[in-house]
Design a protein around this ligand. Structure first.
Ligand code: ATP
Length: 464
């Protein structure tokens, strides 16, 4: 399969089958905003639940939180977002497009004259200079000066729209965790090492959103902030690097060869971070960040202590001293993880001379776990099938379909990633069993009707 074409195919499939489509489409859509349809929300919820179980059920020292999106504006002064959460913005003077300067391509061809097309159709030329950034839209290197552009969305709280009423839509979920950390530690009787996990919306006025749901202005994050003794930061950093890499390959199920770790260089490292890594995934458009794992030191809590005037220190029973814990952050994108999974699992094969589109989602994440089909719409078969469907839907999201040829019904399920198709045929009336067809191998097995619920439980469970 040619992976470069996957993005276009996925966008089309997502729209056609109700995974993800443009927001406010009947009004022409709103740039970079997407709605998650009936299948998209099932898939997204399953990924969120997987992460939540992994973090809060499987680690007794990690607890959950759902903080509000709007926070006291001083939070964003303390965190550094008001002063420094900006991207370098440049305009192309030729075609008027706007870009993030650090994402512009660099032309490294030497001693050449490059040409591009002007809006009036004429050709523009530039003597080539080495390492020159140029506009990816029209090719011109006639760019404006770089300006810093703050990525936070502003709004007003209450009826008066003045500067005293400004509040921000949170650009990350992490700050909600930091400002609540000590209260949570106290009420839950936690001592470092402990963690707080949160899933929620974040907003960034990105200069160049794009690649479908990869970079959007409204998105969802899954963040876990882990509070440790300052002397143990390295140990926990290594622990979480390992754990998160393993999660992305073994639990989320992304292909191992499309995952890698990228360590931030001195130049990339945020001023507050001691060390930082990205887990990168090889999207069809190239390697890009999926999740960040950062040693944020005591920066965040020190700043909140300074700006709030409240002590955010923890008492160490052993040394009898108070200290500000260090934070190891694991910060993943929920919507970005969903894109990675769909890219990873999109496939096409040939069945009986026809191209079959198949989303090879792991069963525990598939939006629909099984489809129940009567072979014919008569002779009592729909009744048996519907009975089975009613039993199964008490435990899982399943689907019942009587319309179209059996082949068509299978195809419709294959392209949305349903791992199992259960067919009731004439024999079912005699032997009280049904045929189960596997989406990936097309293998078929025969199982008695009363054993199917348990069989399904076992076959969609993630082994832990
Ligand atoms: P970039 O440098 O690509 O803008 P970042 O390093 O600022 O991203 P973080 O602040 O570390 O990103 O955010 C943590 C995670 O949140 C990212 O790894 C990504 O999965 C997700 N994320 C960040 N920005 C966006 C966005 N605009 N759209 C979708 N997901 C995002």
């Amino acid at each position: 399969m040619d992976r470069t074409k996957i993005m276009d195919k996925l966008v089309a499939l997502s729209k056609r089958r109700g995974f993800v489509f443009q927001s406010s489409e009947i009004y022409g859509g709103l740039n970079s905003c997407w709605d998650y349809g009936p299948l998209g929300i099932e898939l997204k919820n399953n990924i969120a639940q997987l992460w939540w179980d992994e973090m809060t059920w499987w680690h007794e020292n990690i607890v959950g939180l759902d903080a509000s999106i709007l926070m006291h504006p001083r939070v964003w002064e303390a965190s550094g977002h008001v002063a420094g959460f900006s991207d370098p913005l440049v305009d192309c003077k030729t075609c008027k497009s706007r870009f993030r300067f650090d994402q512009l391509p660099i032309d490294q061809t030497e001693a050449q004259v490059r040409t591009w097309k002007l809006p009036n159709g004429e050709k523009g030329t530039t003597p080539q200079r080495e390492d020159r950034k140029y506009c990816p839209n029209c090719g011109s290197s006639d760019l404006s000066d770089v300006r810093q552009f703050n990525l936070m969305f502003k709004t007003f709280m209450g009826p008066v729209e003045d500067s005293a009423a400004i509040v921000y839509l949170r650009p990350e979920t992490a700050q909600g965790i930091y400002v609540n950390a000590l209260t949570i530690a106290e009420v839950m009787r936690l001592k470092p090492p402990f963690g707080i996990a949160q899933i929620g919306k974040a907003f960034r006025n990105e200069i160049t959103p794009g690649n479908f749901i990869f970079r959007t202005r409204e998105f969802e994050q899954m963040e876990m902030q882990f509070f440790v003794k300052p002397t143990e930061d390295q140990k926990w950093m290594e622990y979480w690097l390992d754990k998160r890499f393993q999660y992305n390959s073994e639990k989320l199920g992304l292909s191992k060869e499309r995952l890698r770790l990228h360590q931030h260089t001195e130049k990339e490292l945020a001023h507050y971070a001691k060390s930082a890594y990205d887990i990168e995934y090889e999207f069809p458009f190239g390697w890009s960040e999926l999740e960040g794992i950062h040693n944020r030191t005591d920066f965040d809590l020190s700043r909140h202590e300074e700006y709030s005037g409240k002590s955010l220190k923890i008492f160490d029973e052993e040394t009898k001293e108070k200290y500000i814990p260090y934070i190891i952050e694991t910060s993943a994108g929920l919507t970005r993880s969903m894109l990675a999974l769909m890219c990873d699992k999109y496939d096409e094969d040939e069945q009986e001379g026809e191209i079959r589109v198949v989303l090879r989602l792991p069963p525990h994440l598939a939006p629909i776990k099984a489809a129940v089909f009567p072979l014919m719409k008569k002779d009592g078969l729909p009744e048996i099938a519907e009975n089975l469907y009613r039993t199964l839907r008490k435990r899982h999201k399943v689907f019942f379909d009587v319309t179209g040829s059996i082949g068509k019904r299978y195809r419709r399920m294959d392209e949305i990633g349903t791992p199992f198709g259960i067919t009731i045929d004439y024999e079912s009336k005699e032997d009280q069993s049904a045929t189960i067809r596997y989406r990936d191998t097309l293998q078929q097995i025969r199982i008695s009707l009363d054993k199917i619920p348990e069989w399904l439980d076992q076959n969609i469970a993630l082994e832990r």
